[in-house]
Write a protein that binds this ligand. Structure first.
Ligand code: AMP
Length: 499
């Protein structure tokens, strides 16, 4: 097949962090060392695996043997025919024929009769999850030569691919279109069966492109997060924290960004940058995306995507139900669980989940932010930010009393966040002090069902506030429960909703 040993597709690599114990700065408050039981991981070990995801576009299989369909739902094929699996279900895959006797037909094929022929993930130019802006940053890195290029998923059209090429210091983007039969083209005049063929062709001649594709990305550009300070303009202050300010900015006179600055002398830059280190490893549509950093001189900047409406807490407080309806609020909660389910899967814990740390973009898009305290779940050292006030009302009892932070303490915090969402950003436990909350929780006290809150939603909050962390749901479960809300029979929704 010409490509033995190529990885069939990219899986999430296990993420690990540099030893946090070495990053301890003077002045950082150190808590007791507690071993945190990785309950999520232990549970997962007993779970059956989810179905293997279908590979990204461009993944093609070749038939090794002839196969004659045995039922009307199977596809017949001959050795050498090309097929694209659309859905993999154990031994039988639902596939589409690309060439040969089953071209353009869909049906089941025996998985052991085919082998992958285009494993794009092994290609040095294939960066599917890279956004347009990041592609520009990667390609304009000084180490790259003219003609450096990469292929990535198109941001605006799902399932489409884009080719980003460096041409005289500027990055040009071309849409790669997919043909019905599985081929690709940049220009209608010439199409290619595989992406590799396309790249090979344009590496030999420009043929209408701005420049010949010559060099892949230079080694290490992929982790090239440092950008020049002069490429940024800070426009408007968005907020201020204890350690610095957050600005709306513009990068390369083109791209709106948020710039988080560290006030000189207030905090060890290493601690501040830890947030960026964590963000570099995490990528999900419901988590704030890191774009770049400026760390060579002070003040240090962390540059992220800009969220037009700021924090969820302020957003809710401003709206107070004027435009947001219960269905919007539930949708927002579901979005948070989607980001958190990703953290859960990656074995990360957030440790400061609250409406103030969720940011809102257009159309009520919510993303989880503020990874300053996030950690791998099995890390056993907790270091609080110097002077950070403990967010008592959001913190699970076992985290308050025993310093035991797990994904399940994040689930507790999510229950509080749901309350904030339902109550339009109102302070939880409105008539209680932090001290009273700490006293009352172990006695079984929980916030009552807020006025106007559907019972179904309050039940979810109550599950998050179970005494025993193991009894609380996973974020994965919370996500489908909230998403299911929309599938509920409207009449039963109404009944539950009659306050
Ligand atoms: P922080 O110090 O990260 O809690 O940010 C302080 C405030 O700045 C937040 O409450 C938001 O109002 C605003 N902010 C932070 N990051 C962003 C962002 N990426 N987009 C828009 N506003 C932001």
């Amino acid at each position: 097949l010409g490509c033995p040993g190529l990885r069939p597709y990219r899986r999430n690599k296990p993420v690990s962090e540099s030893n946090p114990a070495n990053n301890t700065s003077s002045g950082t408050e150190k808590r007791d060392i507690k071993v945190i039981v990785n309950e999520g991981a232990a549970k997962r070990a007993n779970m059956t695996l989810p179905p293997t995801p279908v590979e990204k576009p461009g993944y093609v299989y070749v038939a090794l043997y002839d196969y004659t369909a045995r039922t009307e739902h199977d596809l017949s094929f001959n050795a050498g025919d090309k097929l694209e699996p659309l859905r993999k279900e154990e031994d039988w895959w639902y596939a589409r024929g690309i060439t040969g006797i089953s071209a353009n037909k869909e049906g089941y094929i025996p998985a052991n009769y085919v082998a992958p022929i285009e494993s794009l993930d092994a290609e040095p130019w294939y960066f599917p999850e890279t956004k347009r802006l990041e592609a520009e940053k990667m390609l304009t890195s000084q180490k790259n030569k003219n003609g450096a290029f990469l292929i990535r998923n198109c941001e605006s059209q799902q399932g489409e691919l884009s080719l980003s090429v460096l041409d005289n210091g500027k990055v040009k983007h071309y849409k790669i279109r997919k043909l019905e039969n599985g081929g690709y083209f940049v220009s209608k005049t010439r199409s290619f069966f595989t992406l590799r063929d396309l790249v090979e062709h344009y590496s030999r001649n420009e043929d209408g492109l701005c420049v010949c594709l010559t060099h892949g990305l230079s080694y290490n550009t992929v982790d090239h997060w440092e950008i020049s300070r002069s490429s940024l303009k800070l426009l408007k202050k968005l907020g201020a924290g204890q350690f610095g300010e957050v600005f709306e900015g513009i990068w390369n006179d083109r791209t709106a960004v948020a710039v988080k600055t560290l006030k000189t002398g207030t905090m060890d830059p290493k601690d501040f940058l830890r947030e960026a280190q964590i963000m570099k490893k995490l990528r999900h549509a419901r988590l704030i995306q890191l774009y770049a950093v400026c760390t060579t001189e002070e003040p240090i900047y962390i540059i992220t995507e800009l969220m037009s409406h700021g924090s969820l807490q302020e957003y809710l407080q401003k709206d107070k139900g004027a435009s947001l309806q219960m269905s919007d609020q539930i949708e927002m909660g579901a979005q948070v669980t989607s980001g958190m389910a990703y953290l859960e899967l990656q074995n990360y814990i957030h440790r400061d989940l609250a409406a103030r740390n969720v940011l809102v973009g257009d159309n009520n898009v919510c993303k989880v932010a503020d990874f300053g305290l996030a950690r791998m779940e099995n890390e056993n050292v907790y270091e609080a930010k110097e002077g950070t006030k403990f967010p008592v009302k959001w913190t699970a009892p076992e985290a308050i009393h025993e310093n035991k932070f797990t994904i399940k303490s994040d689930v507790w915090s999510f229950g509080i966040l749901l309350y904030e969402i339902v109550m339009f950003g109102q302070m939880p436990y409105p008539n209680m002090t932090n001290f009273q909350v700490v006293q009352q929780l172990p006695k079984g006290y929980r916030m009552p069902c807020p006025l106007n809150c559907p019972k179904y939603l309050y039940d979810i909050m109550s599950e998050c506030w179970k005494d025993s962390p193991a009894d609380r749901p996973t974020f994965e479960t919370l996500q489908w429960k909230l998403e299911d809300f929309f599938d509920m029979d409207l009449s039963s929704y109404d009944d539950a909703n009659r306050y």
